[in-house]
Design a protein. Structure first.
Length: 254
């Protein structure tokens, strides 16, 4: 009885293995036939998510894939190469059979332009981005000026080593998130001879002296002041001095 059961069990396993083998033959043949017919040869590279760099910039990095079959494309290596670009925060490369590679890009978004002898872009994580003339010429983002201009403080693709520039970026990010209409009016964020932060608006130009401390509180006070103006605007004032505790001293244009 036991021997018969073992024999039946073994025959059952053999049948399963034979069936699996028979199924693999046509699959393998189909793949080889498709390869022979060039079905899996790379035909298309789809890039999405780019706004600052052109698609051709990314294609130069990844090189010519058209001579490869899709299975031979090393997606992890490509992602790593793309993420080595200063402007790229994250990249995902995926295969889409039979012959397309899709690349999803998350670019770093500049929040300001550092106005040194050599201009740099900087994002909200204080990462230094290379000068992109086409972007700088059209970008409606503030300038950072008056900061230490030493080149070694601004390594491309890494965080700035300038503590004051990091503070300036944090101020801009706070304004952008909490008072966006004011952010859109900022022409320049600078640091004066007393180490105080000043904002210059694009119109008139109005100067807003923020001082050194409690910047978030002062921005919130400024926002409430702007809302209370009614039909008037912040740019109706030549100077808005906020260096004093919980006070705003306004000086109108003469």
């Amino acid at each position: 009885m036991g021997k018969n059961t073992k024999v039946r069990f073994s025959m059952h396993k053999i049948k399963i293995l034979l069936l699996a083998f028979m199924l693999m033959i046509p699959v393998s043949f189909s793949y080889k036939w498709a390869s022979y017919r060039n079905i899996f040869d790379m035909k298309n590279i789809k890039i999405e998510g780019n706004a600052i760099l052109e698609k051709r910039d990314y294609l130069e990095i990844i090189g010519n894939l058209n001579e490869k079959q899709i299975a031979d494309v090393d997606t992890k290596s490509l992602s790593k190469d793309l993420e080595a670009i200063a402007f790229v925060k994250a990249a995902r490369v995926s295969r889409h059979y039979p012959n397309e590679i899709k690349i999803d890009i998350v670019e770093r978004k500049p929040i300001a332009i550092i106005n040194n002898k050599k201009q740099f872009l900087i994002d909200n994580e204080a990462v230094i981005l290379p000068d992109s003339k086409s972007f700088i010429e059209t970008a409606l983002i503030p300038m950072l000026s008056g900061f230490n201009p030493a080149d070694d403080l601004y390594p491309e693709g890494s965080e700035t080593f300038s503590v004051k520039v990091k503070e300036a970026v944090e101020i801009l990010e706070f304004i952008q998130f909490n008072y966006n209409e004011f952010f859109d009016e900022i022409s320049e964020l600078t640091i004066n001879k007393d180490d105080e932060f000043e904002i210059v608006l694009s119109e008139q130009p109005t100067r807003v002296i923020l001082g050194k401390n409690d910047i978030h509180i002062k921005i919130n006070i400024l926002k409430k002041f702007g809302e209370a103006l009614g039909q008037r605007q912040l740019t109706d004032y030549k100077l808005l001095d906020m260096r004093y505790s919980k006070q705003l001293v306004a000086r109108e244009w003469i």
